[in-house]
Design a protein around this ligand. Structure first.
Ligand SMILES: Nc1nc2c(c(=O)[nH]1)N[C@H]1C(S)=C(S)[C@@H](COP(=O)(O)OP(=O)(O)OC[C@H]3O[C@@H](n4cnc5c(=O)[nH]c(N)nc54)[C@H](O)[C@@H]3O)O[C@H]1N2
Ligand SMILES: Nc1nc2c(c(=O)[nH]1)N[C@H]1C(S)=C(S)[C@@H](COP(=O)(O)OP(=O)(O)OC[C@H]3O[C@@H](n4cnc5c(=O)[nH]c(N)nc54)[C@H](O)[C@@H]3O)O[C@H]1N2
Ligand code: SF4
Ligand SMILES: [Mo]
Length: 892
């Protein structure tokens, strides 16, 4: 499937849509693969910008042990001996691995095999615990196996889309575009969004249920009871293919007998609830797509089953155009579940609960130390590190110091852990910064293997470029460590293809149809066939060699009885917020960033959409707390605190805040969302509730605001100065920009002194004998080194112009103008919000075009090009159109 002379086919490394990519030589000219069944040529803004993430800058190029660069044999020995010594002294249960849905299936397979079969520690978990664990548990309860029943083609066939706790416009943009095409082509097709905040996805929706957070179970219990009341059940399906219906219905009716009860509990209008229920009752072609607003909750598993119950009750499963559809997050969230990367699974969809099945894995691996019991789930695993019970941990392709709840505690736990090994592609991340051993891994454009997307489709990622520095594939590093630990059998793979073949063979091993995950027909692929492997959906068996689009078409499930299970799920009670922390905090994703920003944060264009960490709050709360838009605020609770810029917006419900999950210590002094989330988890799935926390809010009024631009990034020791102040870094093309909010303890002159920056140009203002403005710069060999513009309010600055000044020798004019912060001639540069990242079009220009008659996205596209490349900004263009056109109507 690749043509060496012209292009290579591969898969996007970001979200679970799993878009196919066609890339030119050495990763140039990245385009959507028009023949890939996930995206048919489309790519969103992150996928389109992949070419800009391939630089060697900041990459980890050599292994490091205790801060010193070394060669691979030294690093592999250090890891192997460190683990062996820990095991010798404290037993195998004292070592753990924490993996990631961004690993390739082949990497994941060998990691799981090494730990659970050879080292003999069950403590292998993955960031999928923070992501998909509730869905896995919900699927298992209902279907007897962790299976997504449908496929993307169902989007084209469906006529009602119910989006629950998923902002698909930003987080699964290409699927969102497929859905929007259906909505546009079929005037009676509908989208209902169920989300406590008005997300970008609502722009395409006919109905938005802005429900009270955490009340989804009640809403879907209400739907079940409404369906029964209206005679909309599929009695035949219920009778032939399910169990537990009567109990589930009685339970639903007890809690949600009337629309009124539901509306009250969910804090919605009765008409809205009824409108949703009618849509669902009347449209058999209904697809319910859900993600983290469902999974990341104390009752996440129950939410999943509440949704599935409604699909079982209407027989809307296993058929084209309908079904419950879990949108997976990471590119290989599915692959990790297939190999057994979660601590409560063994391997290949084999659980610990079945001794006979478990023994099969031992036989197949010829494992000397097969584990018998499930290991610690992510939160438990980091608790065990904190207690000192786990003494060595190997973290691969994830950044828990940023992404785990109670992130400050996780950081302290890792700092106290005797051996922390981190495999990553960069030199610095909040987690790498507490590692004893750093191992350089191959990045997306260099590695080779497979990933599985949301519709169970296995696609190849193929290398586009040679390895950078000494970096190695994650599977190679793991296999070398295994062999160095004396496991000479079982880890002698020559390439990723050999691992895939073994993984496929295990899926088929004595699998007589009782295990859903079966790719028997791929176990005999030759190296060439693996290289050429075209995207295919599992199960792939001798009877389904072309793969399987939908499961359960025959009404047969993987439970002991072969029937799907209704689960009677209870809506948990609503807690009152504590007076000290009166506001509810929600968190999630932004359009142009990926998780902890290690990759997307290096792309200047992607940083422009939302350049600073922020908190969205309702105008009523802003008034209550006396906060103006753009001011700095502090959020805090007993776990931690953050400093962010206020973004006042009626997207929020009053009393509820939203913050992005992305910012790390590499980008801001205090903006890691997860320092504010408790490590409380869903009792069934172990998934933390990352969508609901309680916080206090107050203004943060710095004595000084400043913009510091530097040619070279500040060093970690310099950045440490800002630990109690506000700092947000924005990488620009020619310099680094630091926005600062400083308290009296760090006045500008002291700041420069402590940063050891000596000015060549200096100008200061005073008012009433007090320093009120301070501007300074350093120039070496006529090149601008750094520039500081500080005042009691942020002095005006034209960042684009200043950024240019770092490029090449300074002209005399520019040298004179420098400290004023602005060129002082021509039109001021537009610094309004960036809407279209592909063509760098900002909201001011768009509003101007709308005012002069561009009244559709098509006209805007023609005039400004915005929205004409990847289309990720179309929902925001629609919002601006709606807002501006209604403004002009009001004016008229
Ligand atoms: N741009 C971008 N795309 C991504 C990612 C990324 O980092 N950036 N990450 C990928 C990954 S790993 C994942 S898991 C997915 C996640 O994809 P999503 O689940 O779409 O992402 P989130 O923004 O975390 O959360 C979705 C929504 O849940 C809502 N929500 C909060 N509480 C509730 C509730 O009680 N009920 C309901 N119904 N909704 C609620 C939030 O307001 C939010 O709008 O995105 C993937 N795609
Ligand atoms: N508050 C809050 N917290 C959340 C969430 C939320 O919605 N709210 N969402 C949760 C969810 S769903 C998820 S999935 C997690 C994501 O959180 P993380 O997994 O911690 O985030 P990433 O930034 O994706 O971390 C991936 C790391 O792997 C590195 N890397 C990239 N490619 C490779 C590779 O090929 N090999 C190796 N070895 N390393 C590589 C990257 O540089 C980066 O350091 O966050 C969770 N945390
Ligand atoms: S939707 Fe965007 S991020 Fe997701 S796989 Fe496709 S191109 Fe990549
Ligand atoms: Mo995720």
């Amino acid at each position: 499937m690749s043509n060496n002379l012209t292009s290579t086919l591969t898969t996007c490394p970001y979200c679970g849509v799993g878009c196919g990519i066609r890339a030119g030589a050495a990763g140039a000219d990245i385009k959507g693969d028009s023949r890939h069944p996930a995206n048919f040529g489309r790519l969103c803004v992150k996928g389109s910008a992949l070419g800009q993430t391939l630089s060697a800058e900041g990459r980890l190029l050599l292994p490091q042990v205790n801060g010193a660069d070394c060669d691979w044999p030294t690093a592999i020995n250090a890891v192997a001996q460190g683990l062996q010594q820990t095991i010798a002294e404290h037993g195998p249960g004292s070592v753990a691995m924490y993996l990631s849905g961004q690993l390739l299936t082949e990497d994941y397979y060998v990691a799981n095999k090494l730990m659970k079969g050879f080292i003999g520690s069950p403590h292998v978990d993955t960031n999928s615990r923070l992501c998909m664990a509730s869905t896995v548990a919900g699927h298992k309860r209902a279907f007897g196996a962790d299976v997504v029943p449908g496929c993307y083609d169902d989007i084209e066939q469906a006529r009602l889309f119910v989006l629950v706790g998923a902002n698909m416009a930003w987080n699964h943009p290409v699927l969102f575009q497929r859905m929007q095409a259906v909505l546009q082509a079929n005037p009676d097709a509908k989208l209902v969004v169920i989300d406590p905040r008005r997300s970008a996805s609502c722009e395409a929706a006919q109905l938005h249920l802005k429900l009270r957070p955490g009340t989804d179970v009640l809403l879907f219990n209400g739907l079940l009871s409404y369906l029964a009341q209206q005679g909309k059940l599929d009695q035949r399906f219920i009778h032939l293919h399910t169990e537990g219906f009567a109990d589930a219905l009685v339970n639903a009716q007890q809690q949600a007998a009337t629309i009124e009860q539901v509306a009250l509990g969910c804090d919605l209008l009765q008409e809205q609830v009824l409108q949703f229920y009618r849509c669902f009752a009347d449209e058999a072609l209904s697809l319910t797509l859900f993600s983290q607003g469902v999974n990341q909750a104390l009752d996440g598993t129950d939410k999943v089953n509440a949704i599935i119950n409604c699909h079982l009750a209407t027989g809307r499963i296993g058929k084209p155009g309908c079904g419950p559809f879990s949108l997976t997050g990471q590119p290989n969230a599915m692959g990790g579940r297939e190999v057994g990367g979660l601590a409560n699974q063994l391997a290949a969809h084999i659980d610990y609960s079945d001794n006979a099945q478990q023994a099969l894995v031992g036989q197949f691996w010829q494992a000397p130390n097969l584990v018998a019991e499930p290991g610690y789930k992510a939160v438990e695993l980091f608790d065990a590190i904190e207690r000192g019970e786990i003494k060595a941990v190997w973290i691969i392709a994830t950044n828990p110091v940023v992404s785990m709840p109670q992130a400050d505690k996780v950081k302290v736990a890792l700092a106290s852990c005797p051996l922390v090994i981190v495999s990553d592609i960069y030199q610095h991340s909040d987690t790498l910064d507490v590692a004893n051993i750093k191992l350089p891994a191959l990045g997306w454009s260099e590695k080779d293997g497979t990933v599985t997307n949301s519709e169970r489709r296995i696609s190849r990622q193929r290398a586009l470029r040679p390895p950078l520095g000494q970096a190695k594939a994650d599977w190679q590093i793991i296999c070398q460590v295994a062999r160095a630990m004396g496991f000479s059998q079982g880890f002698n793979f020559a390439n990723a293809g050999e691992i895939f073949a073994e993984h496929a063979a295990l899926s088929a091993y004595q699998n007589n149809g009782q295990r859903a995950f079966n790719i028997a027909a791929l176990a005999q692929l030759s190296a060439e066939q693996y290289h050429q492997l075209a995207p295919i959906q599992w199960p792939v068996t001798d009877s389904t060699p072309q793969g399987t689009a939908r499961l359960f078409a025959d009404g047969q499930f993987f439970t002991a009885s072969g029937r799907a299970q209704f689960i009677a799920v209870q809506q948990s009670g609503f807690k009152q917020a504590r007076p000290q922390t009166p506001l509810w905090l929600n968190s999630g994703r932004l359009r142009d960033q990926w998780h902890t920003m290690t990759r997307t944060g290096t792309v200047t264009a992607l940083m422009q959409h939302r350049p600073e960490p922020f908190v969205s709050l309702h105008p009523a709360d802003a008034a209550l707390y006396g906060i103006s838009n753009g001011e700095l605020v502090q959020l805090s609770n007993s776990y931690g605190r953050v400093l962010l810029r206020a973004d006042i917006s009626d997207t929020q419900r009053p009393g509820e805040l939203f913050i992005p999950m992305h910012w790390s210590a590499q980008f801001a002094s205090q903006a890691r969302a997860d320092v504010l989330f408790a490590a409380d988890t869903d009792a069934i799935s172990g998934q933390p509730a990352l969508k609901l926390s309680q916080v206090a809010l107050r203004r943060f009024t710095p004595d000084w605001q400043a913009l510091l631009l530097t040619a070279a990034p500040l060093k970690p020791a310099q950045l440490a100065l800002f630990s109690t102040h506000y700092m947000a870094r924005l990488p620009l093309s020619r310099c680094q920009s630091y926005r600062l909010g400083l308290t009296e303890a760090l006045m500008p002159p002291q700041l420069l002194q402590q940063l050891q920056l000596t000015p060549d140009l200096l100008c200061s203002d005073s008012q009433h004998g007090q320093l009120s403005g301070y501007r300074a710069a350093a120039i070496k060999d006529n090149q601008l080194q750094w520039l500081l513009l500080a005042g009691t309010a942020l002095p005006p600055a034209d960042q684009s112009w200043l950024n240019q000044l770092f490029d090449g020798p300074l002209s005399l004019d520019n040298r004179r103008q420098l400290l004023s912060g602005c060129a002082g001639q021509g039109e001021p540069v537009d610094s309004s919000a960036l809407i279209c990242s592909c063509f760098n079009v900002r909201s001011k220009a768009i509003c101007k075009a709308i005012a002069s008659g561009a009244d559709s996205t098509a006209k805007l596209g023609k005039q400004l090009s915005c929205g004409t490349n990847c289309g990720s900004c179309l929902p925001e263009l629609n919002l601006l159109l709606r807002q501006q056109l209604s403004l002009s109507n009001v004016g008229a």
